[in-house]
Design a binder for this molecule. Structure first.
Ligand code: HEM
Length: 524
C-alpha cells in the first residue's frame, strides 16, 4: 500500500461520491494504510530467525518438496537450528535442535501449548472437540484432565492388563498357525490387529479383529479410515496455507475428510448407544470401558456432550493404534537387519524370564536391551516426521529471536534424531548408545530433549505408558517364542520403508518368517 493509492481513493471519492461517504472511505483507507505500514515496520524491527527468501503469496511452499521433514531438514542444515519460513501465508518456525525443542516444549510451554486450527482438525475433531488438536483453553484443559485423571491412570491401565495379555496371546497363536503352514508373516497386519484390539477393547469395550471381533469388513475399514485420516491430517493441504483456494478443494482432501467422518461418526454413535444400554443393564458396579467412564462423567458434567465424547474416543483410538504398531514394525525390521541384536534381545529375555513361563508386563522394565533397541528406533524412525504442530499464543523471544504471536512451530523429530551435532554416526542403528550408563532402567524420555518420541510438556502424550506396554509385550513374546528371519535379504532392504509423506511414516509392509522356538511354552 502506498501514498499514490490513498491519493487515488481521495480523487475518486471527491469526484464520484458524496462528501460524507468520501470522508468515511478516506478514513478507512488511511487506517488500513497506517496499520499495514506499522506492521511492516514492526516486522522489519523484529529479530526473526534466519530463513530462505520467500515468494509472494506461496511463501516457501514450493521449496519444501514432497517429503516435508526432509525439505525442512535441508533448511536447518543451511540456515541454522531455528528457521523462519512462510508456508503459503502461514508464518512458521522449524527446528531440529534440542536447545530450541526444550524452549518450545518445556521452558516456554505456557506460550506454545496451543494447536493451530486447520481444515483436517476441523473435520476430524467435530470442530475442535477432541484433545490432540484442540487449541489451548478451557475445553482442552477439561478433556485432558478427564484423560489423565479418569481414563489413562496407572490404575486403569493395570486393570486392563489381562485384556492386553489375551490379545498378545491371540497374535502369538496366529503367528504360530501361519508358521506351521509355512506362510510368511505380514508384520504390519499382525501388529495392526494387536494394537487395534488392545486399545479398542479398553476404550470401546470390543475388539475389531479376529474371533468375536466386529467382523473383518468393519475391522479393515476402520483401520483404513484411521490410517487415511492420519495421512490427511499431516498432508500439506493447500487450503490451509492459501485460504482463498480452500473452496476449490484442489486436492480433493476435504471431500475425503467429510466421507471418512460420516462413516466414523455413524460407527462411534452406534457403539456409544450399545455401550450406554450395556452400562445401564450391567451387574458390574463400575465402568467396564472408556465409553462407560465418559458416560458416567457426562452425568456429572453437563458440558460433556455426546459430540465431545465421540471426539475423545476417536482421538484415543487413533492416537493409540498406528503409533504403537508402526513402532513395533520398525523395531522388528531393525532387528532383522541386525541379527546380532535379535540374538542379544532373545538372550536377555531368556535370562530374565527363563523357559518355563511367558513374558509378563512386569518383566518389561528389566529388558534393558529391548528397551534400548526401541529407543534407537524412536531416534531413527519417530512415528511422525514432526510432532503435532504447536502455535505461539503471544509474542515472545526464543534464544534471542523474536517469535510473534500465531507463529506455527514445527519440531522436526526426524532430523532431531539424526542431527550430527548431537549424535555420533547419526544414520546407523546403534542401540548400545543407550546402554552406556549403569542405570537400572532405559527410559524413553530424554530430559534434554535430544529425542522426543512422545513430545513433552503440557501437550506431551498421555498414553505413553499404555502404548509402550503394548509395544514391548508384543515384541518380547514374539522374540521369546520364535526365531525370526527375513523372507530374503533383498526383500528386507526393499521393505525399507523410505519415509513417506504422512503422520506415521511407512513404506512397504515388512514380511518375515517365524519358526517356533519354545514349542511347549506356546500352549501354556
Ligand atoms: C508408541 C506409542 C505412542 C507414541 C510414539 C505416541 C506419540 C505421541 C506424540 C509424538 C504426540 C504429540 C506430542 C506433541 O505434540 O507435543 C502424542 C500426543 C497424544 N497421544 Fe500419543 N503416542 C503413543 C501412544 C498413545 C496412546 C496409546 C494413546 C492413548 C491411548 C495416545 C494418546 C495421545 C493423545 C490424546 C495425544 C494428544 C495430547 C494433547 O495434545 O494434549 N498416544 N503422542
Amino acid at each position: 500500500m502506498c501514498s499514490w493509492f490513498v491519493e487515488a481513493v481521495r480523487i475518486i471519492t471527491e469526484h464520484v461520491l458524496g462528501s460524507w461517504i468520501q470522508y468515511l472511505l478516506l478514513a478507512i483507507t488511511l487506517t488500513v494504510y497506517r496499520q499495514s505500514l506499522l506492521k511492516w515496520k514492526g516486522r522489519k524491527q523484529l529479530k526473526l530467525p534466519p530463513g530462505p527468501r520467500r515468494w509472494p503469496i506461496v511463501g516457501n511452499l514450493l521449496q519444501i518438496g514432497h517429503v516435508p521433514h526432509l525439505g525442512m531438514q535441508k533448511f536447518t542444515q543451511k540456515y541454522g537450528p531455528l528457521v523462519y519460513i512462510h508456508i503459503g501465508m502461514v508464518p512458521t518456525v522449524v527446528t531440529d535442535d534440542p536447545k530450541y525443542v526444550k524452549e518450545f516444549l518445556l521452558k516456554q510451554d505456557h506460550i506454545f501449548a496451543s494447536r493451530p486450527k486447520n481444515i483436517a482438525s476441523e473435520h476430524f475433531t467435530f470442530g475442535g472437540n477432541d484433545i490432540a488438536f484442540a487449541p489451548y483453553g478451557p475445553h482442552w484443559r477439561a478433556v485432558r484432565k478427564i484423560c489423565l485423571m479418569e481414563l489413562l491412570t496407572q490404575k486403569k491401565i493395570d486393570s486392563f492388563r489381562q485384556g492386553r495379555n489375551d490379545e498378545v496371546e491371540c497374535m502369538v497363536k496366529d503367528v504360530w498357525r501361519a508358521s506351521l503352514e509355512g506362510k510368511s508373516i505380514n508384520m504390519r497386519n499382525f501388529f495392526g490387529a494387536l494394537t487395534s484390539n488392545a486399545i479398542t477393547r479398553m476404550v470401546l469395550g470390543q475388539r475389531f479383529f479376529g474371533r468375536k471381533g466386529a467382523g473383518p469388513e468393519i475391522a479393515a475399514e476402520h483401520k483404513a479410515k484411521i490410517y487415511e485420516s492420519f495421512s490427511l491430517i499431516n498432508a500439506f493441504n493447500v487450503g490451509d496455507y492459501l485460504p482463498f483456494l480452500r473452496p476449490l478443494d484442489l486436492q480433493g482432501h476435504e471431500r475425503r475428510m467429510k466421507e471418512i467422518m460420516k462413516w466414523v461418526d455413524n460407527l462411534y454413535a452406534s457403539i456409544i448407544e450399545e455401550q450406554r444400554l450395556e452400562f445401564k443393564t450391567s451387574s458390574e458396579t463400575g465402568p467396564l470401558n472408556f465409553v462407560h467412564t465418559l458416560l458416567e462423567a457426562e452425568r456429572r458434567d453437563k458440558t460433556l456432550s455426546i459430540t465431545k465424547i465421540k471426539a475423545i474416543l476417536i482421538d484415543i483410538v487413533a492416537a493409540g493404534t498406528d503409533t504403537s504398531s508402526v513402532t513395533s514394525e520398525w523395531t522388528m525390521a531393525e532387528l532383522l537387519r541386525h541379527p546380532e541384536f535379535m540374538t542379544r534381545v532373545q538372550k536377555e529375555i531368556d535370562e530374565v524370564v527363563g523357559y518355563e513361563r511367558h513374558v509378563e508386563e512386569s518383566d518389561l522394565v528389566n529388558l534393558r536391551i529391548l528397551r534400548a533397541v526401541v529407543k534407537e528406533v524412536f531416534r531413527l524412525h519417530p512415528v511422525g516426521g514432526f510432532l503435532i504442530p504447536h502455535i505461539s499464543m503471544k509474542d515472545t523471544k526464543v534464544q534471542g529471536y523474536d517469535i510473534p504471536k500465531n507463529t506455527r512451530v514445527l519440531i522436526n523429530t526426524y532430523s532431531l534424531g539424526r542431527n550430527p551435532a548431537f549424535w555420533s554416526n547419526p544414520n546407523s542403528f546403534e542401540p548400545q548408545r543407550f546402554l552406556t550408563d549403569d542405570k537400572d532402567n532405559v527410559d524413553f524420555i530424554e530430559p534434554d530433549c535430544r529425542i522426543v518420541p512422545f513430545g513433552a510438556g503440557r501437550r506431551g502424550c498421555p498414553g505413553a505408558t499404555l502404548g509402550m506396554n503394548v509395544v514391548l509385550l508384543g515384541l518380547a513374546r514374539l522374540i521369546h517364542l520364535f526365531n525370526w528371519s527375513p523372507i530374503s535379504k533383498e526383500k528386507l532392504e526393499d521393505s525399507d520403508m523410505v519415509e513417506a509423506l504422512g503422520y506415521t511414516v511407512k513404506g512397504v509392509p515388512l514380511e518375515a518368517i517365524a519358526k517356533p522356538r519354545l514349542g511347549s511354552l506356546l500352549f501354556q
